[in-house]
Design a protein around this ligand. Structure first.
Ligand code: T1G
Ligand code: NAD
Length: 728
């Protein structure tokens, strides 16, 4: 069944019925044409209501059809929209759940729109590498003006029904019975002129100097979405809505869609979309699938440590309406932490108020109770520890939790890379201990690495994965190894960045190459932001800092492997990055954010090279990219070999959502497949030969095996992994 029709007195109610999200597949489109045609012909029908089954209007075009011939079959959605808009009988959209992409475009073709208060609307096409291609870039600016439409389309933002009402996207918002309200409205408007409701015929409201406005938008988008083509195409299409008549505007929209498709970016982003939805559905080596086990409900939670991470985690839980107990080590820290948390909560409440999400739910947030008393954690369902990254301290805390918390409570650690099994070993419930690795800022970043220990039970995994979902995160299940997946792969990448400085690059040169590739931030700006001292202190603790390297060694080594002491040397001089006002860049003052190249760093690098008799050589952009990216990718293959991630998609989801990897390239593993595995292998071999003291550049067994069979498409890697696992 694709679309059905029933009669409510003189109103025909057409319902899209294509679970789970009423995507507009070719079958749905054909069915819509038939039902509209029949309703149009039926003399007893005076008006039409368009709705979606199961409380969802429609999530837009069927993304799975894009790469098949079904997408191109007629009727196109734009043709259907033209028919609906041209109808002599008024058509009212009854929006429940979501009207996204083609779903909203369909609603915009209707003459009126009624939305349920819980509904969301948006044109998120840009997030899957394309642009609204069924008239959305032409109708939305005609409805709400160019600036608001451009903002929604370029960011792909989803907005609440209340915001949609304020913007004028919907005509009415109702608390319940949306379809009934739409029927009432349809009856009321029978006989009223429809021309002013046909958006394709409405003049566009645009800023006075449209060219300057569009240029500025282009400039901003180029900076913000580095390398992604879809946002630029969206701006061009919205520009066409001002400059061209409607029919030429939609033709331009179609052309832009086709030219985007030819870049390969939509395919990469759609791969990323489905990878995000598939992550973690992993059969454990020990047998069993977490996603077939019911998670335990979490009715209360606690967070230990209200530093950078703890604060964000508290906010996330509270936003998900889970009551939280927030615990600190002493009153002074508690005061600081609670002040920061309350400030963030106020901002959240304000934001929710604006989006109309409060009212019956108080301020819409879960309660937060602050304490220094561990005894108060007695009855909590789930505890997340976020104290300093120190094994001794973490064990002390888990021992304590083990004796205080109720037997069925789950104990989670936010460690960035310590051994989960060692932490679990001090508890009386290692099966209920798990890593929940949030990313900073934890209330904003979408990624959650869920780290299973040797004894972690399926129920614990299912519960942690579900908490991720409840918090609106993308949770990826990973195995336990030093630094887990994301941070582990980052190591070889940062190593290469440091070696490049030794050999001749400037920090800003390396950053620029990687930012042009699409990273939100290059490695040196990232290290300055995170604080160089964090890694330095941890290396010092382990006796691993290496500033005392004998002069005259061209590449400094430790234990037979190359080691760059540059970051340690900066820290010894008090240059910790943004927090101290100086690091790889200068920031004017401690806490400054504006990174400026620092001439001091160039002198420092020259002195370093001269001490170690390193001859500076020119390094081109290609080498910077290949060495940094392929080192990271090679470690990704190692992660797969070790069974730490279940497939390349998991790694890509981690990098896309936690490390600012440009999604339009699909993620590191998808990118490697696009480059071609034989090419990646060839280059790695070349760089490894030149630096045999860098073991993580040695091409991995898995990469070699996959390259040997020609570098199969990424969706075949899992099978190859299965075939290979016996031999690994
Ligand atoms: N097409 C096909 N499948 C879709 C889909 C879509 N548009 N949207 C979701 N699914 C599948 C998804 O893969 C998953 O499948 C299941 O539905 C539930 O999704 C002409 C060209 C709607 C807010 O970009 O934002 O219109 O894993 O797990 O968290 O201009 O899905 O169960 O097999 O995400 O409740 C534009 C994308 C299309 C919307 C629901 N539309 N979807 O979130 O569940 S292009 C989008 C979403 C277009 C026109 C253009 C979300 C959601 P499975 P889910 P959810
Ligand atoms: P932080 O130094 O900002 O905060 C740690 C907090 O823990 C402090 O407020 C401290 O008072 C509190 N604390 C220390 N001992 C305590 C005790 N016995 N009882 C209660 N509270 C105690 O640290 P952070 O950056 O928030 O990191 C916390 C954890 O998260 C670490 O394991 C870290 O590796 C991990 N992590 C950090 C980041 C990041 O970007 N900062 C990212 C991911 C994971």
């Amino acid at each position: 069944m694709a679309a059905t029709r029933r009669l409510s007195h003189t109103v025909a109610v057409i319902t899209i019925n294509h679970p789970p999200v009423n995507a507009l597949s070719s079958a749905v489109r054909r069915s819509l044409v038939k039902e509209f045609g029949d309703a149009d012909k039926d003399p007893s029908v005076e008006a039409i209501v368009l709705s979606g089954a199961n409380g969802k209007f429609s999530a837009g075009a069927d993304i799975r059809e894009f790469s098949t011939s079904a997408f191109k079959t007629v009727p196109s959605l734009e043709e259907i929209n033209g028919t609906i808009e041209g109808s002599r009988k008024p058509v009212v959209a009854a929006i429940e759940g979501v009207a996204l992409g083609g779903g909203l475009e369909l609603a915009l073709a209707c003459h009126y729109r009624v939305a349920d208060i819980q509904a969301h609307v948006g044109l998120p096409e840009v997030l899957i590498g394309i642009l609204p291609a069924a008239g959305g870039t032409q109708r939305l600016p005609r409805l709400i003006g160019v600036p608001a439409a451009l903002d929604m389309i370029v960011r792909g933002s989803r907005i609440s029904a209340t915001e949609a009402l304020q913007l004028g996207i919907v005509d009415e918002v109702v608390q319940n019975n949306t379809i009934e309200a739409a029927i009432q409205l349809a009856r009321k408007v029978v006989g009223r002129p429809l021309d002013i409701r046909r958006l394709s015929a409405v003049p566009v409201r645009s800023p006075p100097s449209i060219d300057a406005f569009l240029d500025a938008a282009m400039e901003k988008a180029r900076r913000q979405f580095r390398g992604a083509r879809a946002p630029l195409a969206c701006i061009e299409a919205v520009g066409a809505s001002v400059k061209l008549p409607y029919s030429q505007g939609v033709a331009k929209e179609r052309d832009l869609f086709l030219s985007l498709w030819a870049t390969g970016q939509p395919q990469a982003q759609q791969y990323a979309f489905f990878a995000e939805r598939g992550v973690g559905k992993w059969s454990l080596p020990t047998g069993g699938r977490w996603d077939t086990v019911p998670p335990k409900p979490i009715r209360s939670a606690a967070v230990i440590g209200l530093g950078t991470m703890g604060r964000g985690i508290v906010i996330s839980l509270s936003k998900a309406k889970i009551p939280v107990i927030a615990l600190e080590q002493d009153m002074k820290q508690l005061e600081q932490g609670s002040k920061a948390v309350n400030g963030l909560l106020e901002r959240e409440a304000e934001k929710m108020k604006k989006q109309g999400q409060t009212a019956a739910l108080g301020n819409g947030l879960g309660s937060v109770h602050f304490t220094v008393d561990f005894g108060e954690l007695r009855d909590v369902d789930l505890i997340i520890e976020a104290v300093y990254e120190n094994m001794k301290l973490k064990k002390e805390i888990f021992r304590r939790l083990s004796s205080i918390c109720k037997p069925d409570a789950f104990l989670c650690t936010n460690t960035s890379g310590l051994n989960i099994d060692e932490i679990a070993s001090v508890t009386n419930r290692p099966q209920q201990v798990i890593g929940t690795h949030f990313f900073s800022p934890a209330n904003i970043m979408r990624l959650l690495e869920v780290v299973r220990g040797r004894e972690t039970s399926l129920t614990t995994i299912a519960t942690a994965m579900n908490i991720g979902k409840v918090l609106g995160k993308v949770a990826v299940l990973v195995g336990n190894c030093p630094l887990f997946v994301g941070n582990r792969m980052l190591g070889p990448y940062l190593d290469q960045a440091n070696y490049l400085l030794e050999e001749g690059c400037r920090p800003e040169e390396v950053d620029q190459a990687l930012e042009e590739f699409g990273f939100a931030m290059g490695p040196f700006r990232m290290m300055d932001l995170a604080g160089l001292d964090v890694g330095w202190r941890s290396r010092m603790e382990k006796g691993l800092t290496g500033a005392k390297v004998p002069a005259g060694t061209p590449t400094c080594q430790r234990g037979g492997t190359r080691y760059s002491p540059l970051a340690d040397m900066l820290c010894e001089l008090g240059r910790f990055g943004q927090k101290s006002g100086k690091g790889w860049y200068q920031y004017g003052e401690p806490g400054g954010r504006n990174a400026k190249p620092d001439p001091w760093v160039l002198v420092f690098l020259e002195m370093y090279r001269s001490t170690h008799q390193i001859k500076q050589r020119p390094v081109n952009r290609e080498e910077i990219l290949e060495r940094c990216l392929y080192a990271l990718i090679n470690e990704g293959f190692k992660v797969l070999e070790d069974g730490i991630a279940s497939g390349p998609e998991d790694i890509d989801v981690i990098y896309n959502n936690g490390y600012g990897w440009p999604k339009h390239t699909g993620g590191p593993m998808y990118y490697a497949a696009t480059v071609g595995l034989p090419r990646v292998l060839e280059q790695l071999e070349k760089y490894y030969k030149a630096n045999v003291d860098v073991p993580n550049m040695k091409p991995t067994f898995l990469l070699k095996k996959l390259a040997a069979v020609g570098g199969p498409p990424i969706k075949e890697w899992r099978t190859q992994l299965g075939n290979l696992s016996n031999k690994l």
